[in-house]
Write a protein that binds this ligand. Structure first.
Ligand code: ATP
Ligand code: MG
Length: 395
């Protein structure tokens, strides 16, 4: 069998980013190392358009599982390094083809070192010829069982058969910081994932209303943040805000059906201040248009009216099924559906208004001194830093 001792990492999309390219690569390098830090034996090397990691005995499945979570990687392969010599390449490819147990194959060669004396096509023909002559494998260019990839660089050539899709996107943190409103539901962790994929460093804020919301509900939010922190350079700051007094005041002032609108307006006011205090240039939410009463266009406008900071809503046009699929893929779904009430579930009025207006909301708000309450809530907010859960079995 092949001795796949090196991982070759491609970050194609980034190479087109011109002068920012250096920053991108440096950040990606750092994020890859942070993701793999438990594997102390790894050796890293960087060339113009590739990263290489020598495994030195590290478990390839574990490394693969981690690399699949690093944004900015377009694809990667487990490879074997050989000398850039056509006879060495041909012999080793033949051995790999024979050992594969497959019946059909296709050669895919890329010649990065343009001084190598044979062109890609010539290498393909030469190696394929040897395999056809000395084994039972047949060529199938459309649907081969085995794809033998050869990448020729100066001095080193990498042989591989599998190209594993990376997570795509931009390295986490390259595009600045955003403050995500994180509830315990299905949507906001998925929103976190999408924001991180765009290269944003995500901080979170959660509003809890004890004793109406339980310790379990709070722990669930921290568990979700902890899962998401793996995509976020291995840590996430979570601001926990006690929302009880504000929520009770809102119900007293507005009652049903404006309560949800007012609650959301208070949440974004608080979040805007926390964002400013922590260098976040935008808020993020898991809102999806039309999903619930507070997510109509009128509601979104009415909530937005009280803040000036941009709000990023990566799920705004996604269907619930698409969101659930993503939640399953990133591993948050099972935790999100645990039945712990969040503050909105408990106070959820029966007939929330679907077309609230700013004027009406403001007139309810004028009935109590929310500014002082907001300042109090901010003063009592706690900031927790979470890290990825320790998972023994990654399969
Ligand atoms: P989710 O599944 O993320 O809870 P949802 O479908 O339940 O979303 P809403 O409850 O209307 O929708 O919440 C919309 C968005 O408001 C959430 O995605 C989240 O960004 C924010 N949000 C709601 N409740 C809270 C909370 N208690 N703390 C922080 N953010 C919240
Ligand atoms: Mg919710």
């Amino acid at each position: 069998m092949a001795e796949y001792d090196t991982v070759l990492i491609r970050y194609g999309e980034l190479t087109t980013k011109g002068k920012n390219r250096k920053d991108f690569i440096r950040k990606l390098d750092r994020n890859i190392r942070a993701m793999l830090k438990e594997y102390e034996q790894l050796e890293y090397r960087r060339t113009y358009d590739r990263f290489y990691i020598r495994l030195n005995g590290a478990d390839p499945e574990g490394v693969k599982h981690k690399l699949e979570k690093v944004f900015g990687i377009s694809s990667f392969s487990f490879t074997e390094r050989v000398d850039s010599d056509i006879d060495v390449i041909t012999n080793r490819c033949l051995e790999l083809a024979k050992a594969s147990g497959m019946h059909t194959f296709k050669m895919i060669t890329r010649r990065h070192d343009k001084t190598f004396p044979m062109k890609s096509d010539a290498i393909n023909r030469h190696v394929a010829g040897a395999i056809l002559e000395h084994s039972d494998l047949k060529v199938d260019v459309h649907n081969p069982e085995l794809e033998l990839r050869v990448e020729v660089h100066a001095g080193d050539t990498y042989l591989m058969s599998e190209k594993i899709p990376g997570a795509g996107g931009y390295p986490s943190g390259i595009n600045g910081k955003v403050l995500l409103l994180l509830s315990g539901g299905i949507d906001s962790p998925v929103a976190a994932y999408e924001l991180m994929k765009r290269g944003l460093d995500v901080e979170a804020v959660h509003f809890a209303s004890p004793p109406y919301t339980s310790e379990n509900a709070k722990q669930k939010v921290l568990d979700l943040a902890s899962m998401m922190s793996e995509y976020n350079q291995g840590r996430m700051r979570v601001h926990m805000v006690n929302f009880t007094d504000l929520q009770l005041a809102i119900y007293k002032a507005a009652g049903d059906p404006y309560a949800v609108t007012l609650m959301r307006r208070m949440m974004v006011r608080l979040a805007q201040q926390i964002a400013k205090d922590n260098g976040c240039l935008a808020l993020g939410t898991g809102e999806s248009l039309g999903q619930v009463a507070s997510q109509t266009l009128e509601s979104i406008a009415c909530i937005n009216a009280v803040i000036s900071i941009p709000v990023l809503r990566p799920l705004i046009c996604m269907d619930k099924v698409e969101i659930i699929d993503l939640a399953r893929k990133i591993g948050t779904y099972e935790t999100s559906i645990l039945p712990y009430e969040d503050c909105c579930t408990i106070f959820d009025p029966k007939n929330p208004v679907t077309r609230p207006t700013d004027a009406k909301a403001a007139s309810f708000e004028s009935r109590f001194d929310y500014d002082t309450m907001i300042q109090e809530a901010l003063q009592n907010a706690e900031t927790v830093v979470v890290h990825p859960p320790v998972v023994e079995d990654y399969l």
